[in-house]
Design a binder for this molecule. Structure first.
Ligand code: ATP
Length: 367
């Protein structure tokens, strides 16, 4: 088991590309940390620097508290799994998995035993005699995992290991990989551009953009309380509602978010409302997830925002209504909406249960 710490790590490639820009990140012992971001944001470069395949231009990579910049990849106690599996085609599954042990000089009997254990844990115990060409994509990926696990590394590094698989298999292996690494207790750094993968597998997610680390937190934290407008706009489907509002606090009664012609009233006795309360008198951007607003009939009693439906989208498990509330575009989940409504015309909106209101700053223009 191991910790990883990146301290002010930057990487500039010889062609002048600033791929990683002053990243600070701590990965805890036994933690499953996912690096998430769009293509080209620098996540693979971070991983490669931890692996020792790329040297940082500046800053320190620490593994288990030890300065690791000068360690060879071999001396770092890591195992890597890539998207292209990279199995030896001429070797059987058994020899592919056992190869790192053979390199390390382990005798054949204990080696076979270890390989059989790992293959059993991965559900590929019955294909040990086959060659990679005789395996399905999912089986090949399990063999690649097996080869990584078999050496009992202190750190797993995985770069989009599931991206070459079809979606059903990806979902299955997602659960398997995160389950397995937790069972083994091995610290894991996992790179993906797939949000679903990140949010379902991670203990914590680190979100990158253009070489810069934007946010680090548990899936619930980064989804519900994104640190920046960029993360708010990047994570989740549908996107988080971003409302420009003036805050008005009626002490001990309610917090009003003034959206122009209309206001959304949040109850004072709800602790979640108070995250914006101290911006009283200021104009801020507030983030609210679709599920944080409940659609009701336009003439419903009480304080109700009036929205005009632009269009509806049916997804099976949810029905999204895209609305204009004044000049602001808002999306809500219609499932809890007025029963029997045809879904046209207008809609009232109320603060939902479990609403999260977040003040968002920075990078709005870039989001
Ligand atoms: P992807 O998901 O597409 O692999 P990524 O987020 O992993 O993307 P990186 O591969 O880390 O991104 O690349 C970050 C930036 O650095 C990109 O602009 C890329 O073009 C550039 N880059 C990567 N490797 C090199 C290299 N060897 N020389 C020059 N530029 C590079």
């Amino acid at each position: 088991m191991a910790t990883v710490a990146l301290k002010d790590v930057s990487k500039v490639f010889p062609n002048g590309t600033l791929a990683v820009d002053n990243v600070n990140l701590d990965v805890n012992d036994g933690e499953f940390m996912v690096l998430l971001g769009p293509s080209g944001c620098g996540k693979s470069t971070v991983l490669r620097m931890v692996a020792g395949l790329e040297d940082p231009t500046s800053g320190a990579v620490m593994i288990d508290g030890e300065y690791a910049n000068d360690l060879t990849p071999r001396d770092r106690g890591i195992a890597m799994v890539f998207q292209d599996f990279a199995l030896y085609p001429h070797m059987t599954v058994e020899n592919n998995i056992g190869f790192p042990l053979k390199l390390a000089g382990m005798e054949s009997t204990p080696r076979e035993e270890r390989v059989a254990n790992v293959a059993g844990a991965l559900g590929i115990g019955d294909v040990l005699g086959r060659r990679p060409s005789q395996l399905s994509g999912g089986q090949r990926q399990r063999v690649a995992m097996g080869r990584a696990i078999v050496r009992r590394p202190r750190l797993f590094l995985m770069d989009e290991p599931l991206s070459n698989l079809d979606s059903g298999l990806r979902a299955e292996l997602r659960a398997e990989i995160s389950g397995l690494t937790r069972e083994l207790g091995v610290t894991t750094l996992y790179v993906t551009h797939d949000q679903a993968e990140a949010l379902t597998m991670a203990d914590r997610v680190a979100i990158m953009r253009k070489g810069v680390l934007q946010d680090v937190g548990t899936p619930t934290q980064v989804y519900g309380r994104p640190a920046t407008l960029y993360v708010a706009a990047f994570l989740g489907s549908p996107k988080m509602n971003l409302l420009e509002a003036s805050v008005y606090v009626h002490l001990d009664r309610y917090v009003a978010l003034n959206l122009g012609e209309q206001s959304l009233y949040l109850p004072w006795d709800d602790i979640r409302s108070r995250t914006v309360a101290h911006y009283h008198g200021e104009r801020i951007v507030v983030g609210m997830r679709a599920e944080a607003l409940t659609p009701v009939a336009p003439d419903a009693p009480g304080d109700v925002l009036q929205g005009r439906i632009r269009f509806l989208e049916h997804h099976g498990h949810e029905s999204l209504a895209f609305l204009d509330v004044g000049a602001t575009a808002v999306v809500v989940d219609e499932m809890g909406g007025p029963v029997g409504d045809t879904g046209t015309g207008s809609r009232g909106l109320r603060r939902g249960l479990g609403h999260v209101v977040q003040r968002l700053t920075g990078r709005s223009g870039e989001a």
